[in-house]
Design a protein around this ligand. Structure first.
Ligand code: R5P
Length: 261
């Protein structure tokens, strides 16, 4: 069966890179908008009887990329693709995996349903916000991780003073995995989220004075979590040599200026 790569507009260089590694090319698609802003998605080439890999992470602007993903999936299904796999390295809405307060939507579950409804028969994702999201998908999910790759990359920068830091309680399991790979102890920042863009640190758990922290997270959006953790670590006596490692660098809003400040 012929394999075909189709991609939306979210990360064309990723799709090109994958195609190049596989000695193939990205199939042509037409994505445009009607005057009322509705999306129009069309395949530029036949996919009939093919094994189609649809590459489209759903980073910002999340809704646009998500619509492209489901429209292209639907187009592939209707055009007779024999098998359709969605490659969604970053899965937007992942943080809305529960009702933190009453009367909220559980976005992560809804999107998982939308992807299978659109015709994706298998989904590949990388470092989902929590592993419990795996249970949200009714189609097979290949949950890959970049952690060992990232740990290998920073290994040579690790010293006897390095401590791996979880910037919030949700990142503890992740920090444990890095700590195990890097053979270093962990520390945990107790963070409270006040709003989408505001966080507050209540304390640091673990001995960090005189240490060089590596803060690890699944994703960086506004950078507020990392910035708050870094400030708390410095106040707790850490060396001002802070390294940050994350699988998904969304870097929205003030993130870049926060880190360069
Ligand atoms: C939170 O649970 C996530 O793991 C990240 O720490 C958080 O979503 C990052 O967002 P921001 O960069 O806006 O603080």
């Amino acid at each position: 069966m012929e394999s075909i790569i189709v991609a939306g507009s979210a990360n064309p260089s990723l799709a090109e890179g994958v195609a190049e590694r596989l000695a193939t090319r990205v199939s042509r698609v037409i994505l445009d908008r009607f005057p009322d802003s509705e999306l129009h998605a069309e395949l530029g080439e036949s996919v009939r009887g093919c094994d189609v890999y649809l590459i489209q992470p759903t980073g910002p602007p999340v809704d646009n990329h998500l619509m492209e993903l489901i429209f292209l999936a639907d187009a592939c299904r209707r055009a007779g693709a024999a098998r359709l796999t969605g490659i969604v390295p970053y899965y937007g809405y992942a943080r809305q995996d529960r009702r933190a307060k009453g009367r909220e939507a559980v976005g992560a579950r809804l999107i998982a349903d939308m992807l299978s409804l659109a015709g994706l028969e298998r989904i590949v994702a990388i470092d989902l916000h929590t592993v419990s999201l795996e249970g949200f998908f009714s189609v097979p999910l290949e949950h890959l991780s970049a952690i060992s790759l990232l740990a290998n990359t920073i290994e040579e920068l690790v010293t006897a003073r390095t401590v791996v830091v979880a910037p919030d309680l949700g990142a503890v399991k992740l920090a444990e995995r890095y700590a195990e790979l890097l053979h270093r102890p962990i520390s945990i920042v107790h963070k409270i989220r006040l709003s989408g863009a505001k966080v507050e640190v209540r304390g640091v758990v673990g001995e960090v004075a005189g240490c060089a922290p590596i803060i690890v997270d699944d994703m960086i959006s506004t950078g507020g979590t990392i910035k708050a953790a870094a400030e708390a670590l410095i106040s707790a006596g850490c060396l001002p040599e802070i390294m940050v490692v994350a699988s998904h660098a969304l870097l929205t809003g003030p993130a870049i200026s926060l880190f360069s400040a």
